[in-house]
Design a protein around this ligand. Structure first.
Ligand code: GLN
Length: 288
């Protein structure tokens, strides 16, 4: 347990704002439908709110657009509401795009393809409840952090797994989203359950479906999606964990320093005028 926590602490960097962690009930119930890649044109940028300074400096993958890669099975940060992708990240990215005078385009892709896609110049930003880690910082830049998360463990009600120690010591299988921090920590043989006891899924929904079907004994996922999935699916519970807080930020290509600066400026303004707090409060009400 101790080494798991130490491992968590060693890969998590950066510090910024901390927001409330009340539960959110807006998650869709887990279904076995596969998560198709879709492109959703989110918004036409409002010219009036665009900063001319930012507009002049910023080059993007496709002129006039801000292409955001995400994985929309991560409520309340990003999830489908019909055809539309909604959530905290979608709204923050929209507010940033408006400030930059750009049209936001959201692409729903596998989480573990986001960093490579940003690096390859396929997407302008990765905005996916993405934790800042030392390893990812070797590949991309990260904006200022705008929210936090903690890894949680979901098990079935009545599971013999009552604590993280039970999970680590027993011969249990853990479902994770491929390439996430939950995957990295859990597949570590010292602090986690080790490679042989990991089942990787393309997204959180598929991992939860596998848990419900008894294919895995637990799912390791960030706390807010965990709460949302448990609220939307009966018979699941969350285990208390002593994990270290992770910082969420927007991934941007190392080749686009101007975009990093413009996004940080926009985030700063959106924090100061209360927009970010309002968006987070909408999806994670503190009085719930
Ligand atoms: N915060 C986790 C990570 O960055 C999970 C993100 C996600 O699944 N969208 O790895």
């Amino acid at each position: 347990m101790k080494s798991f926590t130490r491992k968590l602490m060693s890969v998590i960097v950066a510090a910024s704002f901390c927001f409330g962690l009340a539960s959110c009930s807006k998650a869709p119930a887990a279904t076995s439908a596969s998560d198709a890649t879709t492109t959703v044109a989110e918004s036409k940028a409002s010219e009036s709110s665009a900063s001319s300074e930012a507009k002049a400096d910023v080059k993007t993958v496709s002129a006039g657009k801000l292409i955001m890669a995400t994985n929309a099975t991560f409520p309340p940060y990003e999830y489908h509401e019909g055809e539309k992708i909604v959530g905290i990240d979608a709204e923050i990215a929209k507010a940033i795009a408006d400030k930059l005078g750009l049209e936001l385009v959201i692409e729903d892709v596998a989480f573990d393809s986001i960093i490579a896609g940003v690096q390859a110049g396929k997407y302008d930003i990765g905005c996916a409840g993405m934790t800042v880690t030392e390893d990812r910082l070797k590949s991309v830049n990260f904006s200022t952090s705008y929210a936090t998360g903690i890894q949680s463990i979901i098990v079935k009600e009545g599971s013999p797994i009552k604590t993280i120690d039970d999970l680590l010591k027993g011969n249990y299988k853990v479902g994770v989203q491929s390439g996430t921090t939950g995957d990295i920590y859990m597949s570590d043989s010292e602090g986690g359950v080790g490679e042989n006891r990991i089942d990787r899924y393309n997204n959180g929904n598929d991992a939860v479906v596998a848990l419900k079907a008894g294919k895995v004994d637990a799912v390791c996922i960030d706390n807010e999606p965990a709460k949302a999935y448990v609220a939307a699916n009966s018979g699941l519970v969350i285990l208390e964990t002593p994990f270290t807080e992770e910082k969420y930020a927007i991934a941007i290509s190392k080749d686009n320093e101007a975009l990093l600066a413009a996004i940080n400026k926009a985030l700063d303004e959106l924090t100061k005028d209360g927009t970010i707090a309002k968006i987070i409060e909408k999806y994670i009400p503190t009085n719930k």
